[in-house]
Design a protein. Structure first.
Length: 212
């Protein structure tokens, strides 16, 4: 089903498996939201991940929590990080990718860089480890555009392994992108909450280490 990472009276955090929709869609009847509602009928959607991406997803368990978390996401007060394996070796240890994105309508759901009409998109990255032929990077989206991390890595010249839209589909058995941490202000307790979920494709010894 799914792994429960955090649960209280207001917030539920779960680990979404790769290749599972967050909400009902055209390509499959199975989705995380319906699975969650079997146990928590009042669960409400707060945010989403791409179908191919695994990792942390928050659900609100009441309307007040949904509204509070929604405002935090809208105001960019929620901090998120992702683990990814990318093709090749990024020469810089860290940096920021700033490329505006827009939907590539003839090729939906693909997104593309568009300096004239695209919406601002910014991603901070840090290289944690380098392996033969690929690198482990942590990605910190400062904005929340669709496919932002996937397009930004591709434009950097280092697509995420297993990316069927922006890279080499045969480079891995799945998209090597995982939402590994999220931080927010608890809606009712008004205390900071930080939840972590290490990527299954990264050694535990590296998942919490500093960049090289």
């Amino acid at each position: 089903m799914f792994e429960i990472l955090h649960q209280d009276e207001d917030v539920l955090a779960v680990n979404k498996p790769a290749n599972l929709l967050c909400v009902p869609g055209l390509c499959s009847d199975d989705n995380l939201f319906d699975r969650v509602r079997q146990q928590w009928p009042n669960a409400r959607v707060v945010h989403r991940l791409d179908m191919a991406t695994s990792g942390l997803i928050l659900f609100a368990l009441n309307h007040t929590t949904q509204a509070s978390l929604g405002r935090q996401f809208e105001r960019r007060q929620v901090t998120k990080s992702y683990s990814a394996l990318v093709q090749g070796h990024i020469p810089d240890r860290y940096g920021e990718i700033i490329l505006p994105l827009i939907c590539d309508w003839p090729n939906r759901p693909r997104q593309k860089v568009d300096w004239r009409h695209g919406k601002q998109a910014s991603t901070w990255f840090e290289v944690v480890a380098r392996y033969p032929g690929n690198s482990y990077v942590r990605l910190y989206p400062l904005t929340g555009r669709s496919h932002q991390l996937r397009v930004h890595c591709q434009q950097l010249g280092h697509p995420i392994l297993g990316d069927t839209l922006y890279g080499d589909p045969g480079s891995a058995e799945r998209l090597m992108l995982h939402a590994d941490s999220i931080g927010f202000l608890h809606p009712s307790r008004q205390t900071p909450v930080q939840i972590r979920c290490p990527a299954p494709f990264i050694p535990r010894s590296l998942s919490s280490s500093a960049p090289i």
